[in-house]
Design a protein around this ligand. Structure first.
Ligand code: NAP
Length: 414
């Protein structure tokens, strides 16, 4: 077992291992947990309590999570003098499944996003964000119940690859001079430059996961969301490679939208998954105007980032938006939102997103019964109209409660 400087490995838990290309989950798995900055401190406490209670209730003591604190962001800087210590990566690699609170990223300068670094270094190439509505939650749309999508967002490339040069820097000047001279472009010399790589490898492994998920969970369609009319060789290629994977690897399980009309007269054959694509701008209005026509969405990195917040807004906002970063045999579960610093340490923020992310984690462990109890607890708490400020302001006649009380109510309502 690896020796860590500041991480204390609990003696009463066991590591998750990989056997025959499958995760082997002991009854007492050690789960590394990054508390996170800002509201991370509020929501992680609440989440751990809810998860422990759900697992206890579901398995009557036969199973339990053994949490292991690991460090990133402000807490890591205090302990190690660096924001993202190597042993944090090592621990997630060793223990395979981890839970994470939000981490601060400076805008327009400073260090690179720790969140993006974690996803890239650990090769967590699929960011999975389910968005659906809990009955009773206020919404800016008339029929929030019609939206029930799972976004599969590519997580390692696109403009998030971090390849960019500041306006006026030596490197920016060099790149601009080379492009203008050798490639006959006409880039203004006072430009900042960013590079947008989208690869066959990155696209195909993401799309493969999205389609496999749709098959496993009997979902109806997978839609590629791209801006391929403008960015032909990156986003357009994402679409083309997506169809290639669908046809080459899932031929008997899928029907493309073209085939739906050319072979099946617009009537979807039973048990097949419809593969279609939409241009990103159109997709943003489609999720508002025809949400029930969409199911699994597979997107390049930036589109998925925008789209998941936009979809979350329809179903209660960022307080209800869970997520997971999944690679081959590693899963890092985290909420869609950030550190919301103005609410930090005030015991007011909605822990729902992180709690639901933890429920996704339980599902990933194969502990679906505990995950179901959490969803049930949240639904009942909302039905009883005892909610945090964000849901309170969208609901008539609700009672506003704090983060820790909300967690207690979820536990009592499981
Ligand atoms: P944010 O932290 O997501 O917060 C923006 C707003 O969203 C909040 O002011 C609040 O809106 C609402 N919100 C967020 N979390 C909520 C929750 N749990 N319950 C209810 N409402 C919630 O975005 P930001 O202010 O742009 O970013 C702050 C920092 O977080 C930045 O450093 C950013 O880089 C970082 N960030 C980290 C991650 C990550 O760790 N994965 C993701 C995104 C951003 P109201 O004020 O209207 O209530």
């Amino acid at each position: 077992m690896a020796k860590y400087k500041h991480i204390e490995v609990p003696k009463n838990g066991k590591a998750i291992t990989v056997k025959k290309k499958k995760l082997k989950i002991p009854n007492n798995p050690i789960i590394p947990v990054i508390e996170g900055d800002g509201i991370g401190r509020d929501i992680m406490k609440a989440t751990r309590r809810v998860v422990d209670a759900a697992v206890k209730k579901a398995y009557k003591g036969r199973k339990r999570i053994v949490w292991m604190d690991i460090f990133a962001g402000e807490r890591a800087n205090e302990l190690y003098g660096e924001w993202m210590p190597q042993e944090t990566f090592d621990a997630i690699k060793q223990y395979k499944v981890a839970l994470k609170g939000p981490l601060t990223t400076p805008i327009g300068g400073g260090f690179r996003s720790l969140n993006v670094t974690l996803r890239q270094v650990l090769n967590l190439y699929a960011c999975v964000r389910p968005v659906s509505w809990f009955k009773g939650v206020g919404s800016p749309v008339v029929h929030p119940e019609k939206l029930n999508v799972v976004i599969y967002r590519e997580n390692t490339e696109d403009v998030y690859a971090g390849i960019e040069w500041k306006k006026g820097s030596k490197d920016a000047k060099k790149v601009i001079a080379w492009l203008n001279k050798s490639m006959k472009t006409n880039i203004r010399t006072d430009s900042g430059i960013g590079v947008k790589p989208i690869s066959v490898t990155g696209t195909k492994r993401l799309v493969r996961k999205a389609i496999q998920f749709a098959i496993d969970k009997k979902r109806s369609s997978v839609t590629f969301v791209h801006k391929g009319n403008i960015m032909k060789y990156t986003e357009g290629a994402f679409r083309d490679w997506g169809y290639q994977v669908a046809i080459a690897e899932f031929r008997n399980k899928i029907v493309t939208e073209d085939e739906l009309w050319s072979k099946y007269k617009g009537k979807m054959p039973k048990g097949k998954i419809l593969i279609k694509d939409r241009i990103a701008d159109s997709m943003f209005q489609q999720v508002l105007t025809r949400p029930d026509e969409y199911d699994v969405l597979a997107t390049p990195n930036l589109n998925g980032d925008y789209l998941s917040d936009a979809c979350a807004a329809q179903t209660g906002g960022l307080g209800m938006a869970p997520g997971a970063n999944i690679g081959d045999y590693i899963g890092l579960f985290e909420a869609t939102h950030g550190t919301a610093p103005k609410y930090a340490d005030k015991d007011v923020i909605n822990p729902g997103s992180l709690i639901l992310s933890a429920a996704m984690m339980l599902e990933y462990l194969g502990w679906g019964k505990a995950a179901e109890l959490i969803e049930k607890g949240i639904q009942k708490t909302i039905t009883k109209k005892t909610v945090t400020y964000d849901l309170h302001r969208q609901m008539k006649g609700a009672k506003k409660i704090g983060t820790s009380q909300y967690a207690t109510n979820i536990i009592n309502n499981m």
